[in-house]
Write a protein that binds this ligand. Structure first.
Ligand code: UD1
Length: 418
């Protein structure tokens, strides 16, 4: 077991290079199994979730090879089993994308129910509803989802709730259905667009990704493709928030600034100086920032995956801030940990009320999930003295070389054996 040890109070200065987007990677790797050919996926983040999915595809019969630490070659031309109920499948939430990919190509799938971060009920009813509407027989028993279809036929699917996972999963299956599928009230996140772009390169016919109506005309076959994953907006946002909290002058590079609009607007409102370039954003923060109110929403709203990091920042800003979590029903488990550091936060249902304090004090805390872990890192960079974060396996699921990237910009952070 390992932990991160941070000595807070150091200003951050320099450049951080952002890795490829985790949430695009975990959709695009399963999508590669739909190709009757070889896919080369580049700019993959070197993180646990990517390694687990690559190992899952190998167990299913694809030949996966890391040609370098950010590039995966997937050859799915051999015999592929449609059964994926292995241990690593249960660990990652996004393994549900195997359902859509296998259903699309093979018209059947047997996949273990997804695990992943636990922040409230994480149903997949909308995914299953979509598969049913396309013509699949759907059964759930003993923690496994089984899908079977003689044929898939395109149809109109209205999403009761905006769901990234359901939108992508239906897009995957519908890419190889007969006729046209229309997804209404679709999610517009950058990783939805990225997955659609990858599928289109493989020969799919998807239009409208990035808007709330996506039209998919099914094709009989998908071929191999070479693709570069977009930068990770949540990793970029985490470093921007870290710079705002610790103070300093940090440029996050290799990003798409447009994807960061909701965060840059909020940080500017709080007193952070922001300058944008074609593929970078510079964040300059001096002194105490003003508190602000945040409401999480689907893209282009403020991302729920930056909510814990932002709450950490707000805990040291002036005045009272209110955070409203509109996406997940239990995403404040980390608040107890922030309180250990001296934060003053009360939570009622979906709303957190934060009374900003001038100083936080280092303590022993735990990463209760991936982004909660990132929030502990952000807080630890600011807190006086030493902060020790355990349970960092969560952080490793989504952040590539976090301590190296932070050390390079002046943080005192190291990984040690517990
Ligand atoms: C994805 C992200 C996750 C992020 C979330 C919201 C990945 C791998 N994960 O998760 O990091 O926090 O988007 O931006 O991309 N819902 C249902 N029924 C369903 C599916 C979802 O009710 O079948 C609800 C959920 O409970 C939640 C909301 O819809 O309240 C949004 O969930 P969704 O967008 O599906 O999240 P994920 O795709 O799982």
């Amino acid at each position: 077991m390992e932990k991160l040890v941070i000595t807070g109070g150091k200003h951050l200065n320099g450049e951080v290079f952002i890795s490829g987007a985790k949430n695009a990677a975990v959709a695009i790797i399963p999508a590669a199994i739909m190709a009757d050919g070889i896919c080369i996926i580049d700019n993959l983040p070197n993180i646990e979730d990517v390694a687990s999915l690559s190992s899952t595809l190998s167990k299913m019969g694809a030949v996966c090879e890391n040609t370098d630490k950010h590039t995966l070659r997937v050859d799915s031309t051999g015999d592929i089993t449609t059964y994926a109920a292995f241990e690593e499948v249960k660990r990652i939430r996004a393994s549900y994308y195997l359902l859509g990919a296998l259903l699309g190509r093979y018209k059947k799938a047997e996949v273990a129910l997804p695990g992943g971060c636990n922040f409230g009920t994480r149903p997949i009813d909308l995914h299953l509803k979509g598969f049913r509407l396309l013509g699949a027989d759907v059964r759930v028993s003993n923690g496994t989802v089984s899908l079977n279809a003689d044929r898939l036929v395109g149809t109109q699917i209205y999403m009761d709730q905006v769901s990234v996972g359901a939108t992508i999963n239906i897009m995957l299956a519908a890419s190889m259905a007969e006729g046209t599928t229309i997804i209404e009230n679709a999610a517009k996140e950058p990783h939805v667009v990225d997955t659609a772009n990858f599928l289109n390169l493989m020969g799919a016919n998807i239009k409208g990704a990035g808007t709330d109506v996506i039209r998919i005309r099914g094709v009989e076959k998908l071929h191999g493709a070479e693709y570069t994953i977009i930068p990770d907006q949540i990793e970029a946002g985490t470093y921007m928030i870290a710079a705002a909290m610790a103070g300093g002058d940090v440029t996050v590079r290799n990003i798409i600034p447009k994807h960061m609009d909701s965060l840059t607007a909020k940080l500017a409102e709080m007193g952070v100086k922001i300058t944008k370039d074609d593929d970078s954003i510079r964040v300059i923060a001096e002194g105490r920032l003003e508190g602000a109110n945040i409401k999480t929403m689907s893209y282009p709203g403020f991302p729920t995956d930056l909510q814990p990091q932002m709450t950490a920042l707000l805990s040291a800003c002036s005045g009272i801030s209110v955070v409203t979590e509109n996406v997940w029903d239990n995403r404040y488990q980390y608040v107890d940990e922030l309180r250990q550091l001296g934060a003053r936060i009360t939570v009622e249902g979906r709303v957190a009320m934060i009374e900003g304090v001038e100083r936080l004090k280092g303590a022993k805390v735990s990463a209760t999930d991936l982004r909660a872990g990132a929030a502990m890192v952000v807080a630890g960079l600011f807190a006086d003295g030493v902060t020790e974060i355990d349970n960092i396996k969560y952080i490793d699921r989504g952040y590539e070389e976090i301590e190296e990237k932070l050390s390079k910009i002046g943080a005192s952070i190291k990984r040690v054996e517990c």
